[in-house]
Design a protein around this ligand. Structure first.
Ligand SMILES: Cc1cc2nc3c(=O)[nH]c(=O)nc-3n(C[C@H](O)[C@H](O)[C@H](O)COP(=O)(O)OP(=O)(O)OC[C@H]3O[C@@H](n4cnc5c(N)ncnc54)[C@H](O)[C@@H]3O)c2cc1C
Ligand code: FES
Ligand code: FES
Length: 1388
């Protein structure tokens, strides 16, 4: 029996109440007993005969009993765990079920089956009232460093599956649940289990590697297609890697792993089993002054509750009602949530089909159907196969396990995956109310919520009848989403046809679409007209036209992508036609024609094998001392703590006495004058302490950054949606958020509204100055060339999507105006500086502390500092600690991201592909304020030529001022955009010359010693090495031939292959920006504490610094500790970013160590066999300081923009990547089949961390160039404000095969141990996927006789892929005249 834990006071005294905020946090408030009596008295549903009014909530968390006497039904499990139980391992990432950071395991005992069900769930959407009788296991419950770590925790850490670690507890829990249910899972189960968890850092490969160690067969693709698998030599042309002393293939050793022992897991609490067996339970009621939660335990009680509260939703999984309440502000004063009512969980197999209870979860439905389809003949299970197909991709496993079939059907989401199928499949719904039973069809009227076809308010859906299919009846399911898994469909469809016995004449036809209107739509009239027709191409043609007419979408339809949706409507129909034709042919080869061979590819699934990868890196120098860790794949210093949830992030810090919460009111208009702001109602709300506006900051309302100043709060005019207007400070987050909604602002829109780069160019809206780089004589060169082309490419922006949102806690020390700021930032000095100026105190009073950051990628530099300064102002004004944590949606709205770019190019080239003249223009969309936009443009110009030598080159760059939130630094900083522009230009030149792009790339590449456009000397020997090695390891020529063969045989699927080189200059264009400092103390016991100016944001800089100390002081890693970064220990630090954090700080740490060694040298030489304890003691006794600072002044670096010349960079990272993809020309889906990356990393200090940076960045780059798409309304409002709208790569997106190898180190340099910084460069390599897709689309277009040139903008989304593969279907759809409608979104 677990330890009892009852957080509430005694009944009859004041009750403590927790309020749930919009972000899901809890806040203490006092609730008088009178309120509760009212609630449960006559006005409440507390019939003592049947109901347990004011019930106690009892559940278990990690084996401990939790009893809540006065539970607030608005409370979700996530804030309850984090704030009340102080179990902060479970993280907040989005609050809407989309990221998996909050994954826990829920276990329930079923007294009927006597089985315990363990399933993963999103704590952010789990109301605690729904947990009665359940056992919750969090990451803390499975293992900790204080007790024993769990094998999952150990392996994810030791396999280097954690970087910032913020996603790790969620990953661990998803994996843990899988192992509880399947101790030796298959790779499919593994991929499935992690499908609902996002990671922004690692690129997933190491996480999969860790999990694979639990599978029966690990290390291979487990695919035995044609009797061979990846380990069989020669498959896919992969040459065998040499193994031996010099190269390594493994970054971890499986032998040292703890075995998985299922008997060691927490058992299900016996008390809960006994409780569940008890038959005498009654309806439970939990209430607060705002909401009542009723949990009936019998059908009778459920129906009674529904009669009493007909408007109350029946909550099952809360995955539909929960997000509506949270994001749409819908409030339900009463909620009914049935608990284990058997009739709702039935699974009946009848003669006609399956009857599934409404409460059966979607995951259970999946299992049931999988089972049935194995047992019954295929002709009976057509519908079940189709449902299974969608259930495999619908959301992630957490949502599928929480969501119920009934909840799915009744919520009738317009993009529901199952409803279109159930509707075409003649399914019926069994309803029950106190009036009796009723059955209604799940038809279009029901889906449109027509009152005559809908549930009555007091009715309950009991179960769903899903009939068997009949002979000559066929059902298919289709969907296309932005991402293949865990993404709502853009369009989905269910289609069913039934023929007369063997005659091929349509007797019944039913087609339904989701995503194309406010409800699921059935093309009833079209289907009716097609009945009686034979199944042939004429019928298909007629069907397409009829359906396009019936299922019509206006140009301005919400969700946009209108032409794509129209195309999908007919493309799916075509697929259905082919599918059925193929089956008919199989059933009756005599009567039915076979499909033309090349059309069969329309029916094939995209390439799907299991992931596998290889790594090749140089082993540490054999001459090195054995204890020297440099060059070894040392695990991330916090890896185990990430995995156990013990690593502390800013919002994991406990509440400080008297703490307040601050939230922002932001502009809802993009360009407007503020006519008035009325704060009175907001200020009158309980708990509200203050609202800060511009008035409170009379002479301190601006901050300076680089060359511009920006207002902190604006109350006169706004320049973008999301601009900070005022800050509401209240006792709790919920009160602050409620008050913020009551601030009344009257705007008057101003002209012009500039959103796009094109708008800015037209209005000449630029930040000054223009930057220009010129080399050679461009104008003359244009006269000499064979051909000239002009083109342009547009590239969309990117959201940082760090998993930890902007977070800060400011604590006034109460003495001498001292203030401590705990903040998730990359730039503590800047936070300190701005705060000091806003507070009008000297910097020595303001200390900024950063333990670790849950991902940053450039997004935690400027905006964080502004947010922190306001929070500090509030803290100082009120003399109380203030916390500010942005919700995901606020964060995405306010903080900007990567700059969208427009690149224009004019290239003069010879027919052999040599580009002799290049004239370019770069424009970036800077947003409303300068931020780092000019610097981004400058870096873009300095890196624009990527790996190529263009003898005559000119480029102008301008940062556009628009009415969008200001864009800022994001990993790669202008290079991913500039690099794409040049590669697009080269691809087009190749097409014009009729040459393969790789040939034009090679011919234009730098050749060894050369000069950059800014006249810096460069030795590019390793560029060519990487290129050649990449060509060789990827077996490029062989695979190119294979791709061509595949393309000639497959009309509707195409493969593409592309290889891109990389030259990434590293440096900060300024010496001062590269200075770094460190502080190293030796204590008398010989232990060492090291501090430096770098921020640990996942890249492992602290781990590398400890490696440096270990090498320099020749002591074991375990002797060295690092507590975090603080302006108190190392002042005046530069921002952490630009790939050089470890480089620069490492040199400073090394300097400090060498100073210490020099001082201690006489002592050590006197006692060379002594220990550090001996030496420290001796030094102390001889009054020798045991503390040293270290300093590095920065690399020599300069650039003169007047002359366009300089030496801005210290060194260059070289590399190359080759990617192969397959696309579905009918849907726009793509799959990355294989990527080979070769990188010149110099001497790697830590190959595990370095490979992590490369592959993590590569996957982030792949997202940038393919699926990550920001949508803005024509009024400048960002739509994409969370993982449900904005898709970063998930586990399904990573290349099936990934091979990474490091070039053997070849040159010594003056960098840290001749290593190279790798944080950013890998992003650009993601564009190899872009160009592979480009290659595949080109093949499709060539086959269809479409003339070039093919210009494709980034990101290459399914929409762009599909629309570029023009065919009879894209020609068939109606098109709207531009200007005749207002589009839903504008490409910015
Ligand atoms: C992150 C995320 C991703 C998603 N991805 C997808 C996706 O890819 N594809 C897709 O199709 N869907 C997706 N969904 C939607 C999901 O399928 C639905 O939210 C879910 O099925 C609803 O089930 P529930 O049990 O949680 O409903 P609840 O939220 O508990 O209830 C929903 C509604 O159903 C009513 N209701 C429930 N049961 C009954 C009953 N027995 N009788 C009468 N009324 C009842 C309730 O009154 C309420 O109005 C996603 C949702 C989330 C949060
Ligand atoms: S925080 Fe729960 S899924 Fe993102
Ligand atoms: S390690 Fe996964 S989000 Fe950072």
């Amino acid at each position: 029996m677990g330890e009892e834990f009852s957080p509430q006071g005694a009944p009859g005294t004041l009750h403590l109440k927790w309020d749930l905020s919009p972000r899901g946090w809890l806040h203490f408030r006092l609730l008088r007993p009178r309120c509760r009596r009212l609630l449960l008295g006559t006005s409440g549903p507390s019939d003592p005969a049947t109901m347990e009014g004011g019930a106690e909530l009892l559940f278990y968390v990690n084996g401990r009993k939790v009893i809540e006497k006065n539970v607030d039904p608005e409370t979700m499990l996530l804030p309850y765990l984090r704030k009340k139980l102080r179990l902060t391992g479970t993280k907040y990432g989005c609050g809407g079920g989309g990221c998996g950071a909050c994954t826990v395991m829920i276990s329930r005992y079923n007294p009927t089956t006597k089985k315990i069900r363990h399933y993963p769930a999103n704590a952010c959407l789990t109301p605690i009232c729904s947990l009665y009788g359940a056992a919750v296991t969090t990451v803390e419950g499975i293992g900790s460093t204080r007790t024993r770590i769990h094998p999952v925790q150990e392996r994810i850490a030791k396999c280097h599956g954690t970087q910032c670690g913020f996603c790790t507890p969620g990953m661990v829990m998803s994996m843990y649940v899988l192992l509880r249910n399947h101790p030796e899972p298959t790779l499919s189960q593994l991929n499935d289990a992690l499908g609902g968890n996002l990671c922004r850092c690692t690129g997933y490969r190491p996480i999969i590697d860790a999990c694979k160690t639990f599978c029966k067969t690990s290390g291979c693709c487990q695919s035995k297609e044609n009797g061979v698998c990846c380990l069989d030599q020669g498959i896919n042309g992969l040459p065998e890697f040499e193994e031996g002393n010099e190269t390594s293939l493994k970054l971890f050793s499986e032998e040292e792993f703890l075995p998985l022992d299922p008997t060691q897991e927490l058992i299900f609490p016996p008390e809960l089993m006994t409780m569940a067996e008890k038959k005498t339970q009654k309806t439970r009621i939990f209430g607060s002054d705002r909401m009542t939660w009723i949990s009936p335990v019998t059908l009778k009680e459920l129906l009674e509750a529904k009669v009493k509260y007909p408007q109350a939703p029946v909550i099952m999984g809360n995955t539909s009602v929960g997000p509506d309440m949270k994001f749409k502000g819908i409030f339900h004063p009463v909620i009914i949530s049935p608990d284990r009512i058997e009739e709702l969980s039935i699974v009946n197999y009848t003669d006609n089909g399956l009857i599934l209870g409404a409460a059966v979860s979607l995951a259970q439905v999946k299992d049931i159907l999988a089972n049935v389809t194995q047992k019954l003949p295929e002709e009976k299970t057509q519908m079940y196969h189709a449902l299974l197909k969608h259930l495999g991709t619908l959301a992630g496993p957490q949502i599928r396990n929480m969501a119920s079939l009934g909840g799915h059907i009744v919520s009738r989401h317009p993009d529901s995956d199952l409803n279109p199928l159930l509707a075409v499949g003649n399914c019926t719904l069994n309803l029950l109310s106190k009036e009796g039973k009723r059955q209604i069809p799940l038809n279009e009227q029901f889906l449109r919520k027509c009152p005559s076809a809908d549930l009555k308010p007091e009715e309950i859906l009991i179960s769903v009848n899903i009939p068997y299919s009949r002979k000559w009846e066929f059902v298919s399911a289709f969907r296309q989403a932005q991402r293949q898994q865990n993404a709502l469909a853009i369009v989905n469809s269910g289609m069913r046809v039934c023929f007369g016995k063997g005659d091929g004449i349509i007797r019944e036809l039913s087609i339904a679409y989701g995503g194309v209107g406010p409800a699921t739509i059935l093309a009833k009239n079209s289907c009716q007209k097609l009945i009686g027709r034979p199944w042939n191409e004429e019928m298909l043609d007629a069907a397409c036209r009829l359906i396009l007419d019936e299922v019509s979408l206006p140009g301005s339809a919400p969700g946009g992508r209108v032409e794509f949706k129209r195309t999908l409507i007919v493309s799916f129909l075509f697929k259905f036609y082919l599918e059925v034709s193929q089956i008919l042919k199989g059933m009756d080869p005599v009567h039915y024609r076979s499909l033309a061979g090349k059309y069969e590819s329309a029916l094939e699934d995209l390439h799907s094998r299991h992931y596998w990868s290889t790594l090749k890196y140089q082993n540490a120098d054999l001459k090195q001392l054995s204890q020297d860790p440099v060059g070894h794949p040392i695990m991330h210093l916090s890896g185990i703590k990430h995995a156990t949830g013990e690593a502390i992030y800013c919002d994991d810090m406990p509440v400080v006495d008297q703490e307040l919460f601050l939230t922002f009111v932001t502009s809802s208009r993009a360009h407007a004058k503020i006519v008035s702001i009325d704060l009175s109602e907001a200020l009158s709300l309980p708990g509200v302490v203050d609202i800060l506006t511009e008035e409170h900051l009379p002479d301190i309302n601006t901050i300076d950054f680089l060359t511009a100043s920006e207002k902190i709060l604006s109350t006169d005019e706004v320049s973008c949606v999301g601009q900070l207007l005022c800050a509401v400070i209240a006792d709790s987050e919920v009160q602050a958020k409620r008050a913020a909604q009551r601030v009344k602002i009257v705007y008057q829109d101003l002209e012009p509204l500039i959103l796009t780069i094109e708008d800015a160019i037209q209005n000449k809206s630029f930040f000054e100055p223009e930057r220009k780089l010129e080399y050679g004589n461009v104008d003359e060169a244009f006269k000499m060339v064979d051909q000239i082309l002009e083109g342009e490419i547009h590239m969309g922006g990117q959201e940082h999507f760090y998993m930890e949102t902007q977070s800060m806690l400011v604590v006034p020390k109460g003495e001498d105006q001292e203030i401590d700021i705990y903040v998730s930032t990359q730039f503590p000095k800047y936070v300190q500086g701005i705060t000091a100026s806003v507070l009008k105190v000297s910097a020595n009073k303001v200390m900024c502390h950063v333990k670790r950051v849950g991902g940053a990628f450039g997004g935690k530099v400027t905006k964080t500092s502004i947010l922190a300064a306001i929070t500090a102002f509030a803290a100082k004004k009120h003399g109380r600690p203030v916390r500010c944590i942005l919700e995901r949606g606020e964060d995405m709205l306010i903080t900007g991201g990567r700059h969208p770019y427009l690149g224009k190019y004019k290239a003069g080239f010879m027919n052999d592909g040599r580009i002799l003249a290049l004239d370019m223009e770069h424009y970036c969309n800077g947003g409303a304020f300068l931020d780092e936009s000019l610097f981004v443009i400058e870096i873009g110009l300095l890196k624009l030529e990527n790996a190529y030598k263009f003898p005559n080159l000119r480029c102008r760059g301008r940062a556009c001022r628009t009415n969008l939130p200001s864009n800022t630094a994001l990993r790669g900083f202008g290079f991913p955009q500039a690099g794409l522009i040049i590669e697009a230009c080269i691809t087009e030149v190749a097409a014009r010359c009729g040459l393969p792009p790789e040939k034009v790339r090679t011919i234009n590449m730098y050749k060894e010693i050369d000069q950059t456009p800014y006249k810096q000397e460069i030795n590019t020997k390793n560029l060519m090495e990487c290129w050649k090695e990449c060509m060789a390891t990827s077996s490029y020529p062989l695979r190119k031939a294979a791709v061509e063969k595949f393309n000639s045989e497959n009309y509707w699927k195409k493969k593409g292959l592309a290889v891109v080189p990389l030259k990434f200059p590293v440096g900060l264009c300024s010496v001062a920006a590269g200075q770094a400092a460190a502080l190293v103390h030796v204590y008398l016991d010989g232990s060492v504490l090291v501090t430096h100016g770098g921020i640990e944001m996942g890249q492992g800089v602290h781990t590398k610094m400890i490696q440096v100390v270990s090498r320099e002081l020749r002591m074991p890693l375990s002797n060295i500790h690092l507590r975090g970064t603080s302006t108190e220990t190392v002042p005046n630090t530069n921002a952490s970013g630009g790939s050089v954090v470890a480089d620069l700080n490492g040199l400073a740490v090394k300097d400090a160590c060498q100073t210490l060694l020099k001082r201690l040298e006489p002592i050590i030489s006197k006692n060379p066999r002594g220990t550090w304890k001996d030496w420290a003691k001796a030094a102390f006794n001889e009054s020798i300081s045991l503390s040293a600072t270290g300093y590095f002044r920065g690399y020599e670096s300069n650039i003169n923009w007047e002359t366009g010349e300089g030496h801005p960079f210290e060194y260059f990272v070289y590399g190359a990547a080759c990617s192969e993809v397959e696309i579905d020309c009918l849907t726009g889906a793509h799959k990355n089949i294989r990527t080979d990356i070769v990188m010149d990393v110099g001497y790697s200090i830590n190959p595990a961390l370095d490979v992590g940076q490369i592959e993590g960045a590569f996957i982030q780059g792949m997202g940038l160039y393919t699926i990550e798409e920001l949508n803005y309304s024509p009024q400048g409002v960002l739509y994409t404000r969370g993982p449900n709208q904005y898709k970063i790569p998930a586990i399904c997106d990573i290349p099936t095969e990934l091979h990474i190898s490091f070039l053997p180190p070849s040159e010594n340099s003056n960098t840290l141990y001749s290593s190279k910084g790798l944080g950013e460069s890998g992003i650009f390599l993601g564009c190899s996927v872009f160009f592979a897709i480009h290659d595949a689309i080109s093949a499709a277009r060539r086959e269809r006789g479409l003339p070039g040139p093919l210009r494709l903008n980034s990101p290459l989304t399914p929409e762009k892929i599909r629309m570029a593969c023009e065919d009879k279907f894209t020609k068939m759809i109606p098109r709207d005249e531009p200007g005749s409608y207002v589009p839903w979104s504008v490409p910015i």
